[in-house]
Ligand binder design. Structure first.
Ligand SMILES: [Cu+2]
Length: 157
């Protein structure tokens, strides 16, 4: 009897996850004024990607990575960061107002896949962020204000 309860709970939990993912992707009407959550939802597809969470109390690395937003594009396509350690992002927005950008690490295209996100930064300006330690893997980084044009690959190794 006891073993029969556990799978049912798991199925129920999976159903809840699917329902909430569907709720996210249902709101796909693009809005001219992009908000962070709507932008990801607008390009959302169900990937079934597992949730990735930052590693609690990950040790700090001395890695500093510079990334710039320039003419609504990233200046590089790929970033490489250390696994299971925090690192520093020097985030530069070279674009003049009113262009704003942010930096999000995602494991897929749904809001639920968002692992880390900075606030919006109006340029020209540079901000420093400590990025949480992540398990080794390949992630995507994206500006959620411009999710179609500002995407790149984050390799954590
Ligand atoms: Cu942007």
């Amino acid at each position: 009897m006891r073993s029969a309860v556990r799978p049912r709970n798991a199925v129920a939990a999976a159903a809840v996850v699917l329902i909430s993912l569907s709720a996210c992707t249902a709101q796909t009407s693009p809005s001219p004024v992009a908000t962070t959550s709507a932008s990801i939802a607008a390009s959302a597809t169900l990937t079934g990607a597992p949730d990735v969470t930052p590693i609690p109390d990950a040790p700090a690395s001395d890695v500093v990575i510079h990334l710039a937003a320039d003419h609504v594009r990233w200046d590089v396509d790929t970033l490489t960061a250390p696994a299971e350690m925090t690192w520093t992002l020097e985030f530069e927005n070279r674009d003049a107002p009113p262009e704003i950008h942010n930096f999000a690490i995602v494991s897929g295209r749904t809001v639920a896949d968002r692992i880390f996100m900075t606030p919006n930064l109006q340029g020209p300006a540079t901000e420093i962020y400590e990025i949480p330690g992540l398990p080794a893997g390949t992630y995507e980084f994206v500006c959620t204000v411009h999710p179609d044009g500002m995407r790149g690959t984050l390799i954590v190794e």
